[in-house]
Design a protein around this ligand. Structure first.
Ligand SMILES: [Zn+2]
Length: 161
């Protein structure tokens, strides 16, 4: 994806208040992020470990969402696959919950999914990060990225609808 600036990221949040978007912790090392290997930018908040954020370009529009870890980590075999990139993690995946955008979110509705705890799905599918499990799939990188983007787009559609 193309490199993003802090102000672009802050302006893209759809499921939190403007004040929250202005205050939340955007990575300080944006210039050093491996943008060419990222399909979306995801990070956990170093000062609020239960918070996570995700930014993606959807149909030419930048969309950022806030996520909250539900507390429980999925240690069980079934839950240990990231629902976006399908990477299995030896030390579990996080159940991350996004308030829905707009009215639904204000009424407390949210959408959750099991995800790589560090939101580095793009790096796992490229083999640039080790999930601590032995796992081979016969899919090409392009197929894995397509699947991940399809899963992420479906998740975001539920947040945005
Ligand atoms: Zn993942």
């Amino acid at each position: 994806m193309k490199p993003l600036t802090e102000s672009e990221i802050r302006a893209a949040f759809v499921n939190c208040s403007k004040g929250e978007a202005a205050r939340l912790n955007v990575p300080r090392d944006l210039a050093e992020r491996p943008w060419e290997d990222l399909d979306f930018l995801g990070w956990r908040d170093p000062q609020a470990p239960d918070r996570g954020y995700l930014v993606i370009e959807l149909d030419g529009r930048l969309v950022a969402i806030v996520l909250r870890a539900s507390g429980a980590t999925a240690w069980q075999a079934r839950g240990s696959l990231c629902s976006l990139c399908r990477t299995p993690h030896a030390d579990g995946v996080s159940l991350l919950v996004a308030p829905r955008a707009g009215k639904a979110g204000k009424q407390g509705h949210s959408v959750g999914a099991y995800m790589c705890a560090d939101l580095a799905c793009s790096l796992y599918v490229r083999g640039l990060k080790d999930p601590g499990t032995r796992f081979r799939e016969s899919l090409t990188l392009e197929e894995k990225v397509d699947r991940m983007m399809g899963n992420l787009t479906a998740f975001l559609a539920k947040v945005l609808e």
